[in-house]
Every structure is written in C-alpha cells, then in structure tokens.
Design a protein around this ligand. Structure first.
Ligand SMILES: C[S@@+](CC[C@H](N)C(=O)[O-])C[C@H]1O[C@@H](n2cnc3c(N)ncnc32)[C@H](O)[C@@H]1O
Ligand code: SF4
Length: 407
C-alpha cells in the first residue's frame, strides 16, 4: 500500500524549500507503485482511493494507456536509475485480467530498468479470484501476492461488508501458496463484535497456511467512510491491546517476527517495497491518486496524481496527470523521515537520516533529547529506534518531530 495517508499535499506553487540547507542528496533506492483503483464494492471501513466498478466494468485498456503515458512523462525524473521493487496496489488489482497485468509489467520493463530478481507484489481479493487467474498472474511476472483476507469468520466478513466468505479466503490462500513462494496475508483485528478467542481463531487459521509474511492491522474508523457515519461496536482499547499482544506473541512463536507496527515476516521475507517507504527511499507512483517521492541533487519532491479515475485517465492521456507537486522543506523532511522510520521495530541507522534527507542529524538535537527524556526513543545514538513505550505511543513520539513550516 502507499504510505502517504497523513501527508498533506498542496497544489503546485512556489514553496520555501530545503535546497539551501541540503547538501548534495545521493539518490536512495527507487521503487515503483502502480495504483489500480476499482473494486467490486466499496467496503464501509475503507478510505483508500478505490471506486465501485459499476455496470460497465473496468476500462482496462484505456487505463493501461493512461498508465503508459503517465510513466513516459515521469521518466526524466528517474533517468538512469534502476527500480528495486514494484507494487501493484488498489483498489483491487486482481479485477484486472492476467493479460492486462502482463501488458502492464511488460510496459514497465520496456521503460524502466527493473533489477533482476526485483520483488513484484500485487494485491488480490479472495472474492475476485480463482486458481486459473492466480497462476496467470505469476506467469505475468508477479512474484508476491498480497491476499486481503481480513478474517476467516463469515460473521466478521459480513460485518465488514466483504464480498467473500471464509471458505473463499481459505481457497485463495491455498492457491496463493501453490503459485507464489512469496505471499502475504492481510488480516484485521478489533473487528465488530470480535472477542479475543475469535481473533485467536483467525490467527491460527492464517498460520495453517505457513505464510512467509503477514500484515495484521488494527481496524481504524476513518473519517468519511460509512463506518464513520454509523460506527459499529468494536473492541475497546484494552481488548485491542490484548489482541495485539497475543498476535505478536503467537506469530513470533511461529517464526513470523514483527518488524513494523503491523507487519510480520519470516527471516529474509520482509516486504522490500514497504521497507523502502519506511526507510525513506524514493518511489515513483503512477495511477489514480498515486503518491510519489523523488530525490534530486538539490531537492526532494512529492507528487500526487489526480484521484478520480476518469480525470486521471483524461489528464494522463493529455500529457500530465500530476495534480500537486511540492518541494519538501527541511521541516517536512525531518517529520516525514521520522514518521516512517519510527514504525520499524529495529529502527534505522542514524547515518541513513543524513543519507536520505541530506540534513545533518545535529539539526534534530532538541527533538531527540526530548524524545529520549520521555523514554520514547532508544538511548543508542547510532540508531533511531522507538522504545517499547514509544511504539505504544507512536503518535506522541512522531508529533515531537512535527515542526511548524514557515512557508
Ligand atoms: C489497499 S488495502 C486493500 C487491498 C484489497 N483491496 C483488499 O481489500 O483486500 C490493503 C489492506 O489495508 C487494510 N485496511 C484497509 N482499510 C483499513 C482500515 N480502515 N483499518 C485497518 N486496516 C485497513 C486491509 O487489511 C487491506 O487488506
Ligand atoms: S476491496 Fe480493499 S480497496 Fe476495495 S473498498 Fe474494500 S478494502 Fe478498499
């Protein structure tokens, strides 16, 4: 998934940027995110940029043409750089025919140097998939399938407004495990009416498939969603904390170690693409509403494409689908770096801060001292890492690094 949820994007305009304060920024690793925005039905908890497909279906051909035009326009921004991971997210990318995914990946490889062995992830919903399609996605070049299971309980799935049931979720994972050595299971906890035993059952069912990677998200009620208008009864904070503790313990015992707030992996099976976001790498984002972050010698730029699929396609085909572009200020860089890095259980080397932002870590002295004094940040000066307390109160820790921009 794209990691820009809390980042404010402003329309293209002049901004007091960081170029005066930055040294030469060496380019960090580059990833590519491709957004396919349609779904069978909009889930009541979802605030991703996703749209019901409607009676006329998904305009796959035109959307692929738009993605091609979008990527071609963006090529000069990443000239000469190679791509180390590709993530096809949504929406529900598995709504697209395997032939379209094949065309998409061939189009990307013809224009960008995708490193040999690069991770190529695609999100899939159990409701739209069948064995034949998954195999074909693998044959098209997808190396890692991320299956949106959410729960195996028919009751919980109905309460979440999902289009699939538990049996379809199990079948989906069987097929994913057959065709993909790398697959991920997306689950959520603190669901409407869910107790600790229900959560434990979901956990055990998922583990039966021996997934190399698992993401377990706390269901959040996002503004603007149907759940925000009619909130369901969900677990209180104490019960949710008990669920989280149980999840971490049982997954850890099964060899799936927590390495980020919601992500667990076996050794060597972490998601390279998401790690690049959390380590403040670069990413080009194409598709409706996609975010991008690209480093240049003297500045770091954020971009966002038009969110509405129709508007996106029209603008991309007319030559430019970027709705907002912004040069990040020093203050943005400090906050955004910490917003990401502090999510990682092992944190990141302090040297990475300088390398990926171009800013001297000494700039953050007061904030670092405050975070350590509050017990939220590890005392190790070589590593930026939240303490256990810091992870529990991650928002508070991240807010310490939020500065008022003088633009
Ligand atoms: C891009 S989304 C959707 C992928 C796919 N379309 C699906 O629904 O299975 C990736 C994951 O984010 C999680 N997610 C979405 N909305 C959420 C919410 N409000 N709270 C917690 N997790 C959420 C779900 O686990 C979902 O599988
Ligand atoms: S299927 Fe996934 S992306 Fe689509 S509405 Fe549901 S949660 Fe959102």
């Amino acid at each position: 998934m794209s990691s820009g949820r809390t980042i404010e994007i402003v329309p293209i305009r002049q901004h007091r940027d960081a170029s005066a304060a930055l040294g030469v920024v060496p380019a960090p690793p580059l990833s590519l995110y491709v957004h396919l925005p349609w779904c069978m039905r909009k889930c009541p908890y979802c605030d991703f940029n996703s749209f019901e497909q409607g009676g006329e279906g998904v305009p796959e051909e035109r959307y692929l043409d738009a993605l091609t035009a979008d990527l071609e326009r963006a090529l000069p921004e990443v000239w000469g750089r190679s791509v180390r991971s590709v993530f096809i997210g949504g929406g529900t990318p598995s709504l697209f025919a395997p032939e379209s995914i094949d065309r998409l990946l061939a189009m990307i490889r013809a224009r960008l140097q995708v490193l040999p062995g690069a991770e190529v992830t695609m999100e899939a919903n159990p409701g739209t998939f069948e064995a034949q399609r998954f195999k074909a996605f693998a044959q098209a070049g997808v190396t890692r399938l991320s299956v949106g299971v959410q729960s195996f309980s028919d009751r919980a799935l109905a309460a979440l407004g999902r289009v699939h049931d538990g049996a379809q979720a199990r079948r989906a994972l069987e097929v994913a495990a057959t065709h993909f050595s790398g697959f991920n299971v997306d689950l959520m906890y603190a669901l409407p009416g869910q107790g600790l035993a229900d959560c434990a059952k979901d956990l055990a069912e998922a583990l039966a498939f021996e997934p190399p990677h698992l993401s377990f998200y706390h269901l959040t009620i996002e503004p603007g969603t149907a759940f925000a208008t009619r909130p369901p009864a969900v677990a209180d904070e104490d019960l949710a904390a008990d669920m989280q503790a149980m999840i971490e313990e049982r997954l850890g015992a099964a060899g799936l170690l927590r390495y980020e707030v919601s992500a667990y992996a076996r050794r060597g099976r972490r998601c390279e693409h998401n790690l690049n976001y959390w380590q403040f790498g670069d990413y080009l984002g194409i598709g409706a509403g996609a975010h991008g972050k690209i480093s240049f010698a003297d500045r770091i730029v954020r971009e966002q494409r038009f969110r509405n699929p129709q508007r996106y396609m029209d603008s991309a085909l007319a030559g430019d689908a970027v709705e907002a572009r912004r040069v990040l200020t020093c203050d943005d860089l400090v906050f955004e770096f910490m917003l990401n890095a502090l999510r990682l259980v092992e944190g990141v080397p302090m040297a990475m801060f300088a390398r990926h932002t171009g800013i001297d870590p000494g700039e953050m002295g007061p904030e670092l001292r405050l975070a350590r004094a509050k017990g939220l940040l590890d005392e190790d000066r070589e590593t930026l890492r939240a303490t256990e307390l810091g992870r529990r109160f991650l928002n508070d820790l991240q807010q310490i690094f939020l500065r008022a921009n003088e633009s």
